[in-house]
Design a protein around this ligand. Structure first.
Ligand code: PBG
Length: 328
């Protein structure tokens, strides 16, 4: 029970009068340690290619990764997340490029870990969508995404990335049981200190559009991802997903997208004592960025959007704004 008293002896405006007292009573804050920066990768040399639907976001060739990773380290961002734009010519039905130890992601992991050691963490998605000719996260057979057959490939992909030096494996495919089999296999391969951040709560969302442009899967995608990603009408189901992934060995949990799902972050935080990462996805980024460019909203809307995740209970946020904001 909150004892409040009442007007005129109580005036909630009193502590709002000055900047110093507003700062004293503030309940949440944002620091650079709360941010994870996604980086898109491209083949070639000396490349920094703008992603059309994401103003201010680029795909970097490996020899140019220093530009963006240096910036992340200077801004004290703890971790980057790598996403490849795979040459469409080498995409196939089973996403076989995902298991090539010289694919873009593997080369990028080696480059970053060799050059920066443990000065920054590296996280990689485990899913097949950057590599499949149909744009799905799993194997597709007669319009069905195969669960258990996909798990075999995902496990190999996770072990490969971990062997390359990836610190954090992030399965984003939404197959059932993947955390369990990946954890088991990592342990068996003596990769027991590699962390798993599970995209436990990932909704089938329209807000992923610009990301699919960035990795070149939007035009390839056949149908939708509703048979594996969650229905955005559901709340309770998110708690079942999280409960399972914690049991299976997840170290942290992602809720994705971000702003339309703040209620989910709060519920998961209240129920489970586990670090939660909010993913402010590409569509959210582009909407805010376009609004700022068109002067519909101002730049402060960025911090407001990020603080909303902290207020909802997130420990950290994956955001394309991570390298673009200044924090103390
Ligand atoms: C792929 C993946 C997606 C995102 C991250 N990993 C897209 C999807 O599931 O279709 C979306 C990120 C974003 O929109 O910023 N498994």
């Amino acid at each position: 029970m909150i004892i409040t008293g009442k007007y005129p002896s109580l005036r909630l405006r009193r502590t709002r009068q000055h900047d110093w007292s507003r700062r004293l009573v503030q309940e949440n804050n944002l620091s650079s340690s709360d941010l994870i920066l996604p980086i898109f990768l491209t083949e070639g040399k000396n490349k920094k290619i703008p992603v059309q639907s994401m103003p201010g976001v680029y795909r970097y060739s490996i020899n140019n990764l220093g530009i963006i990773v240096d910036k992340a380290i200077k801004k004290k961002i703890p971790m980057v997340a790598l996403f490849p734009y795979t040459n469409p010519k080498i995409k196939d039905l089973s996403g076989s490029e995902s298991l090539n130890e010289n694919n873009l992601v593997c080369r990028a992991i080696r480059y970053i870990k060799k050059r920066y050691k443990n000065n920054i963490g590296v996280m990689c998605d485990v899913a097949l969508d950057p590599y499949t000719s149909h744009g799905h996260d799993g194997l597709l057979k007669k319009n069905t995404i195969l669960n258990d057959e996909t798990l075999d490939i995902l496990t190999k992909q996770a072990v490969l990335q971990a062997k390359m030096g990836c610190d954090v494996i992030a399965p984003s495919d939404m197959m059932d049981g993947r955390i369990k089999v990946i954890r088991k296999k990592l342990d068996k391969e003596n990769l027991k200190d590699v962390q798993i951040i599970s995209y436990a709560v990932k909704y089938a969302s329209s807000y992923y559009g610009p990301f699919r442009d960035a990795i070149g899967s939007r035009l390839l995608l056949k149908g939708d991802k509703k048979t594996y990603q969650m229905d955005f009408r559901n709340h309770d189901e998110s708690l079942r997903e999280v409960a399972l992934d914690i049991k299976e060995g997840a170290d942290m949990i992602i809720v994705k997208p971000g702003m339309p799902y703040l209620d989910i972050i709060r519920s998961v935080k209240d129920k489970f004592k586990i670090p939660i990462i909010a993913y402010q996805v590409s569509g959210e980024y582009s909407l805010i960025k376009n609004g700022i460019q068109k002067k519909i909203i101002n730049e402060k809307s960025i911090i407001e959007s990020l603080i909303s995740f902290k207020r909802a209970g997130a420990n950290a946020i994956i955001t394309y704004f991570a390298d673009k904001i200044n924090l103390v």
